[in-house]
Design a protein around this ligand. Structure first.
Ligand code: NOJ
Length: 554
């Protein structure tokens, strides 16, 4: 299979986020690697994945999961080599899959040679980072990692100055006011795209520049630089994608699309916690409200939507009241809280309730945007809140009942983290092999939904319209394109519900339930009545106009 020459591929792609460290270990040293991931590409192809997103694989002391980069053009030796990366990309392409990777532009590790040079007295690179004689500047910028950091400035005894960092103190921010830094990072952009990568997830984009009197986020200078990056990509690398990680309110995130000349995609951060709120409150409104408050985006752009990822379930983009509600409902144990969020995986968050896990995937694959899945969620993997920082959601992929979950043949003590072994989510009970053999498993179910979605590009490209039925426990919306219309109806409540929908503009047509290909009664001018089981959902394709007599025996 070869890749299609399609500049809009990301609009109908299913993305899958892989922690290389935790996916599969090919050389038995207890750490996942690029060759190990390559061995598992057939599985990902079978699942229906169109694009892998690789978490950072660069040389790094791994004090922030690899987001602390010590060399932008080297692969961490435990993960393999640059050639292994090239081989992975080639093998993925041969299967019709694309590969994007994290690009961490905002900061480096303090071990990066740029920083080591910069801190030396009289260094020509001093200006590559943001230094100050005092720690008072930019005081309106919030601290992001509130669990570990008390200031965005840290004193460096070698430089005899403070340096600026928005994240951990071992991650100094690059100084984008320096044209040399701007050029150096454009070279990094080119380096991996030259090797065949299909794009980047642009880490921590809002923080590139600093300006006194602002909160140092989303500054015009930052957008101007992103436009430069985009121009390089457009001019030199066709069919690539830039996906913005900007954990901001919808009004600010849309700026990262620019006029279609910044990022092709951006994560929709605010919609995700509202899905969790909606199901606990048993009402559709939190989801409807945030989608209706989401501005239109340029035609050549797309949202990235997700249920969970490698970080805590961030609660930065909710109100104080909503945040309290989320902590009360989803973080009963204080160990579950991390910074401004909840460090748990999808299945434990949803009390391992199969119907809600199905409902959430039905929303992930039908709400506007391209879905970004997190490794392991397709089998309902658990977490380990006793591990530090966000490691609890980064445990080894559970492949089988074999030693170390089939992840690695190393000694247990050598593993980068222990696999999940608790009563409910242990790899002996919950793994890919067992679920592949069980036709009724979460894995098969998720896969079926993925393949159904892929047969209907309207999910990726179509317009969105919320229907707002009188029964506010039911979320109902249309996805429409010129040649396809899908109606999604989802019961957010844990009890049976009925809903009446105004579908009169489709009078004379039939809703066809897509998973069973079942024709439901013909739509007329009166409200259309549906009954729904607890947390039930329907995906209906609205048929073309059909003469009623032709379908009478259906
Ligand atoms: C965002 C990443 O998702 C997170 O894992 C990391 O800690 C921060 N950026 C800082 O690099």
């Amino acid at each position: 299979m070869v890749l299609t020459d399609d500049p809009q591929w990301f609009k109908h792609a299913i993305f899958y986020e892989v922690l290389i460290r935790g996916f599969h270990d090919s050389d038995d040293n207890g750490t996942g690697d690029l060759r190990g991931l390559l061995d598992k590409l057939d599985y990902l192809q079978w699942l229906g994945i169109d694009c892998l997103w690789l978490l950072p694989f660069f040389a790094s002391p791994l004090r922030d999961g690899g987001y602390d980069i010590a060399d932008f053009s080297a692969v961490l030796p435990e993960y393999g080599t640059v050639d292994d990366l090239a081989a992975l990309v080639e093998a993925a392409h041969a299967r019709g899959m694309r590969v994007i990777a994290d690009l961490v532009m905002n900061h480096t590790s303090d071990q990066h040679e740029w920083f080591q040079e910069s801190r030396q007295p009289g260094s020509a690179k001093r200006d590559w980072y943001v230094w100050s004689d005092d720690n008072e500047r930019y005081s309106d910028a919030r601290i992001i990692f509130i669990d570990t950091e008390t200031s965005n400035w840290t004193w460096d005894p070698v430089a005899a100055q403070y340096y600026w960092h928005r994240f951990f103190s071992h991650q100094p921010d690059l100084n984008y006011d320096n044209p040399e830094v701007q050029e150096a990072m454009l070279d990094v952009v080119r380096f991996w795209l030259d090797l065949g990568l299909d794009g980047y997830r642009m880490d921590a984009l809002p923080y590139l520049f600093e300006r006194e009197g602002t909160n140092c986020e989303n500054l015009p200078e930052t957008h101007e630089y992103i436009r430069r990056v985009r121009k390089v990509v457009d001019d030199e690398f066709p069919n690539r994608v830039l996906l913005a990680e900007a954990n901001q309110w919808p009004d600010d995130v849309v700026d990262y699309f620019g006029a279609g000349d910044e990022c092709h995609m951006a994560f929709h951060f605010p919609v995700m916690p509202r899905m969790f709120m909606a199901v606990r409150r048993e009402e559709a409104m939190p989801i409807v409200e945030i989608l209706e408050a989401t501005p239109q985006i340029p035609d050549n752009c797309q949202w990235g939507i997700f249920l969970r990822n490698h970080d805590e379930l961030t609660l930065e983009m909710v109100t104080d009241e909503e945040r309290d509600y989320m902590y009360t409902e989803y973080a009963a144990d204080p160990r579950m809280v991390s910074n401004v969020g909840i460090r748990r995986r999808l299945a434990p968050l949803l009390d391992n309730n199969r119907s809600i896990i199905e409902l959430f995937h039905a929303l992930l694959f039908s709400l506007p945007g391209s879905p970004v899945m997190y490794y392991g969620d397709e089998i309902g993997m658990g977490d380990n809140i006793y591990l530090g920082d966000r490691d609890g959601v980064r445990t080894p992929m559970q492949w089988s009942i074999d030693r170390n979950a089939g992840f690695s043949r190393a000694e247990f003590a050598e593993l980068y983290l222990p696999p999940i072994m608790d009563q409910v989510y242990s790899y002996q009970a919950l793994n890919v092999e067992a679920q592949q053999r069980s036709p009724n498993s979460t894995l098969h179910w998720v896969r079926e939904l993925i393949h159904m979605r892929k047969r209907h590009p309207v999910f990726g490209m179509g317009a969105f319209e919320a229907l707002r039925p009188a029964n506010n426990r039911v979320l109902a919306f249309l996805r429409e394109s010129e040649d396809d219309t899908v109606l999604v109806v989802a019961n957010m409540a844990g009890s049976a519900q009925y809903v009446e929908l105004d579908l009169s503009r489709f009078a004379g047509r039939y809703p066809i339930e897509m998973l069973g290909n079942t024709y439901f009664p013909r739509i007329g001018d009166l409200p259309y009545l549906l009954t729904m089981g607890p947390h039930g959902f329907y995906w209906f394709q609205i048929s073309a106009l059909i003469d009623a007599t032709q379908t009478s025996e259906r």
